[in-house]
Design a protein around this ligand. Structure first.
Ligand SMILES: [Zn+2]
Length: 63
C-alpha cells in the first residue's frame, strides 16, 4: 500500500512548474521528458505528464 509520507518527500525531489502551482495544479515536471502534470494539486494516484503545450498558462503567453 502506498506510503503517503514517502510521496510527500518525493515531491521535494522533482521540479514544479510555478505557473501550474499558481493555478492550483500539480505542476510536477518529469525531468526526463520535460512534460508536466496538470492534474489538480494533491491529486490522488500517479501524475499524468502531458506536453507543456497542452497546459493552460496563466499569462496566456505561448511557449
Ligand atoms: Zn501530479
Amino acid at each position: 500500500m502506498p506510503d503517503k509520507l514517502t510521496e510527500r518527500l518525493d515531491a521535494h525531489n522533482v521540479s514544479v512548474d510555478e505557473d501550474l502551482a499558481h493555478l492550483h495544479l500539480c505542476g510536477h515536471v518529469h525531468l526526463q521528458t520535460g512534460r508536466v502534470c496538470c492534474l489538480p494539486v494533491c491529486h490522488t494516484g500517479s501524475c499524468e505528464f502531458r506536453c507543456s503545450d497542452d497546459i493552460p498558462r496563466s499569462n496566456g503567453n505561448p511557449q
